[in-house]
Design a protein around this ligand. Sequence first.
Ligand code: ZN
Length: 141
Amino acid sequence: MNRYYCHDCAAVNGMLRPPPKGETLTDNVYKLEKYIKHTFPNSSSHYRTVFTGVSSERYQHYVVTAVASGHVQIDNRNRVNIVWIGSETTGIALQGGRFIGNMKAVKVVFHSDTNRIHGYPISVSEINSARCVQCRRIIPY
Ligand SMILES: [Zn+2]
């Protein structure tokens, strides 16, 4: 089961670290593959979500924004993920290269693992309502 912390409690607890910037977001094969997967649309048959806009700038922008403003989700393997809900369209979903929907949120996974941290657009419908385990505030808010 996932545990959630609102942004304020996560910040107070020191759970939020500044994300890598610039080339350090893509400085190994794993991160580079994730970056390419989520910034360049292609006709892969798999479901994937892709950020809109100039790829390298948008990618960094959304990873930084999510960490600066998002709430924290700790999954059942104790991995720290961050979810940020935008007021704008963050990206699109594709299946078989075909557009299937707009995304309005961003998820950053492996936030505390500098060798794996990456982000991708997600649909707001993937986000469950939850309460911060610390202050009981409803998330997302
Ligand atoms: Zn809280």
